[in-house]
Design a protein around this ligand. Structure first.
Ligand SMILES: Cc1cc2nc3c(=O)[nH]c(=O)nc-3n(C[C@H](O)[C@H](O)[C@H](O)COP(=O)(O)OP(=O)(O)OC[C@H]3O[C@@H](n4cnc5c(N)ncnc54)[C@H](O)[C@@H]3O)c2cc1C
Length: 573
């Protein structure tokens, strides 16, 4: 088989559009259930935004959580989501998700190379809400040695270079602590030396580091599963239209370098093209204008799935609490001249000695809340006092310890970041205020109050450090509050933050099997959607880590099982 450019037959049982988590999950299950399956991917790479992501998978009541001391029930998870995400477009799907998630995760565990492991401590984002858990619901992909992909490794979308060392060395979450302690712990120094040696060996023969973790491991594991099942994957292939016959979707017309071709799909077509992050028209219609075109999603996610579903008689849910999943980003130009963005998810914002202010020089939210809530606060307060951009502020010690956006921890030379204007530096807070255009008196007063609160360990303004999630993103070694310490040692630094989506939440309305619904809420025969093409199970709320990839895997599984059963609900053991 020619990897990425296979010979394409005229007919398959299942045709999947999009090789991200949703699409590859559907294809793995369909092929494993004996259906002849084809994956079509528009870009040159497999993996989509999934490959760029943290790879966390929210899987309530999964069968492995007991192994890390977690306990859960579908009812507890239902209570938690209802409390934190409300009703809206996701309510119907939620029951299906909660009932099937444990089964789907077990299915992948038994029948594919997708192996996930629960995390003992990774709290839900509202840990004090009824039904919340502090760990076990969140699973991460087991690391993958990319050599196991053979020549298909070149097909896998690389991670964001800013999330790696030396441009392509991925670092697993537990190893970050070893890098931080490299000068203090001989065991950590040894671990880091091993990792560096292993990376150096990889680079002798490979185009990038082979130790895949996070979202790259998830995408790599899905890809490995497809290879094992001999599922053809056609990259650089676009879909011109869905073929409709006898009131059902019967195939797709594709466009390749050798021309267009109609392919028949006997059981169904799965739309898994990753949502509309890069579609200007849909953004204009569904997202706040302040978000502009900023997106951390991969470039192929441009609304094709939604538009194909609309043409076929489907519709987009418009009753979500948010139509996208948000994170603050900073912007810069890479050494090669390409534009870069850094999503400030968990690395810096919630750490001690970091605070965010608006154009008025005042804090506007709890910096240790989730990235999604942080951006919601930017939108909410922007009308009263400009908060886009906002500024993340800290001193040199905090950059050294935690990094600041694209500037990694323990960076000796900040000059390149200052020259390019990414970092703004000043000897005093007054000077920093003038450089970022805010009232110096306000900024000094804001930092003074923050510093005084940090000494006492109580954030009188926003309650930073008051719950388990804040503590998770803070620094447990910092006392009395893991999220606060005085910003007191000049020079001071600032970086500009803008809202960007990590993926879109508004999507095609489906039923609990992932079947696309028409305006009467009847399934359109032969058409399914999953991943971010499907409307969010959470109705655009972000109650915990992994709430897009969890549903992407589960509904990919459900759609494939539905097709395997010939469109009837299949009894599942
Ligand atoms: C930095 C970052 C970190 C994140 N971390 C997490 C996390 O830890 N947990 C979590 O749950 N979520 C996370 N997310 C969000 C998550 O990555 C996405 O929601 C998820 O990957 C979407 O999966 P998908 O399968 O729908 O789309 P994708 O993974 O984007 O895959 C869609 C694929 O379809 C292709 N495509 C598009 N149009 C067509 C077409 N016409 N024909 C064929 N192919 C097409 C695209 O090129 C792409 O390869 C993160 C996002 C970012 C940016």
């Amino acid at each position: 088989m020619d990897i990425g450019n296979p010979t394409i037959s005229d007919a398959y049982d299942v045709i999947v559009l999009g090789a991200g988590a949703g699409g590859m999950a559907a294809a793995v299950v369909a092929a494993n259930e004996g259906l002849q399956t084809l994956v079509i991917e528009k870009t040159a790479y497999v993996g989509g935004t999934t490959a760029l992501s943290g790879g966390m998978v929210w899987a309530p009541n999964n069968s492995k959580m007991g192994s890390v001391g977690g306990a859960d029930t579908a009812d507890a998870a239902q209570t938690y989501i209802d409390e934190t995400a409300g009703e809206g477009g996701g309510a119907v799907l939620r029951r299906s998700f909660l009932r099937e998630a444990p089964r789907a995760i077990d299915y992948f565990d038994r029948n594919s190379h997708v192996q996930l492991t629960p995390l003992a401590f990774y709290p839900d984002y509202y840990p004090d809400a009824p039904g919340a858990t502090l760990g076990g619901r969140v699973m991460e992909p087991v690391a993958l040695d990319a050599r196991e992909l053979g020549e298909a490794f070149t097909l896998l979308r690389p991670p964001l270079p800013e999330f790696t060392l030396f441009g392509s060395m991925m670092v697993a979450r537990p190893d970050i602590a070893h890098f931080r302690q490299i000068f203090r712990s001989p065991a950590s120094a040894l671990r880091v030396a091993r990792l560096l040696l292993s990376y150096a060996i990889d680079r002798i023969s490979l185009h990038r580091g082979a130790n895949l973790v996070l979202g790259n491991a998830l995408a790599g594991r899905l890809l490995k599963s497809l290879l094992a099942l001999n599922v053809p994957i056609a990259v650089n292939t676009t879909t011109k239209r869905l073929v409709k016959e006898d009131n059902r979707i019967a195939g797709v017309e594709i466009e390749t370098s050798s021309g267009s071709k109609v392919l028949r799909a006997r059981r169904g077509v799965v739309l898994a093209a990753g949502g509309f992050s890069h579609n200007p028209d849909l953004r204009k219609r569904l997202l706040p204008p302040e978000a502009d075109m900023h997106s951390a999603a991969s470039e192929g996610d441009s609304g094709d799935g939604l538009n194909l579903a609309l043409d076929a008689g489907g519709y987009i849910s418009e009753d979500n609490v948010s139509n996208a999943f948000w994170a603050p980003i900073s912007r810069f130009t890479r050494a090669d001249g390409s534009p870069g963005i850094y999503p400030h998810t968990v690395t810096d914002r919630g750490k001690p000695g970091m605070l965010a202010v608006n154009a008025d020089g005042r804090r506007f939210t709890n910096e240790s809340n989730s990235y999604h809530d942080f951006v919601q606060a930017m939108f909410r307060t922007h009308n009263q006092s400009p908060t886009i951009p906002a500024y993340l502020i800290c001193d040199r010690q905090s950059i050294w310890q935690y990094g600041l956006g694209a500037v990694k921890p323990m960076t000796l030379r900040l000059a390149p970041y200052l020259r390019g204007g990414y970092l703004i530096k000043a000897a005093t807070l007054e000077e920093l205020a003038r450089k970022i255009g805010v009232d110096p008196n306000h900024l000094v007063a804001t930092v003074d109050l923050y510093n005084a609160d940090a000494v006492h360990g109580i954030d009188t303004a926003f309650g930073r450090g008051s719950n388990a999630y804040h503590k998770y993103v803070g620094d447990p070694a910092n006392e009395p509050n893991p999220c606060m310490r005085p910003v007191a040692t000049p020079p001071y630094y600032a970086v500009k933050l803008y809202p960007a989506d990590l993926g879109t939440a508004a999507g095609i309305r489906t039923n609990g099997d992932g079947a696309v619904l028409d305006r009467n809420d009847d399934p359109i025969a032969g058409l399914y959607a999953c991943g971010n093409d499907m409307n969010s199970v959470m109705a655009g709320a972000y109650p915990g880590p992994g709430i897009t990839l969890g549903p992407a895997l589960v509904f990919g599984y459900l759609a494939a099982m539905h097709m395997a059963s010939g469109g009837e609900a299949k009894p599942r053991a």
